[in-house]
Design a protein. Structure first.
Length: 143
């Protein structure tokens, strides 16, 4: 059984994520803030944290950095983090925080399920759904 923490200050987003990823082999805990998620991570053996990037007082980037810091001091086992991003520009923040994956909202259920499975298997997942479209070379050169 895999233990997953879903953290967001939006109850609607937490419920959407839980409804999307729910499986009999997952136990899912909800956290309404980053601090609650950290407290749960200390109290349980957590396999994955799925966190909203934008939260009121401790967002997903801060949660990820704190989990990494705690693991570096051997206060906590390493926990993979999947960040839920609001926009493509947030990808840099997700990468800088050390998150193992990210999905860009609005949430695509298939991508979220794939990302969850990948991280639980020890992999990574980067949502490429909103990649900028490459311009043809002749347009770039002004031809």
């Amino acid at each position: 059984m895999s233990l997953i923490i879903v953290v967001s200050d939006s109850a609607a987003l937490r419920q959407e994520v839980i409804a999307t990823i729910a499986r009999p082999e997952y136990e899912i805990l909800e956290a309404s803030s980053g601090q609650v998620a950290l407290d749960l991570a200390h109290a349980h053996e957590v396999d994955l944290v799925i966190s909203d990037l934008q939260m009121s007082n401790m967002g997903g980037m801060a949660v990820t950095l704190e989990l990494r810091l705690e693991a570096s001091y051997d206060n906590l086992a390493p926990v993979p983090v999947l960040l839920l991003l609001d926009r493509r520009a947030d990808v840099l923040l997700a990468r800088r925080s050390g998150a193992e994956g990210f999905v860009i909202k609005p949430i695509d259920p298939l991508r979220l399920r794939r990302a969850t499975a990948a991280l639980l298997e020890g992999g990574r997942y980067e949502d490429s759904s909103q990649q900028p479209t490459a311009l043809p070379a002749d347009l770039v050169r002004g031809a």
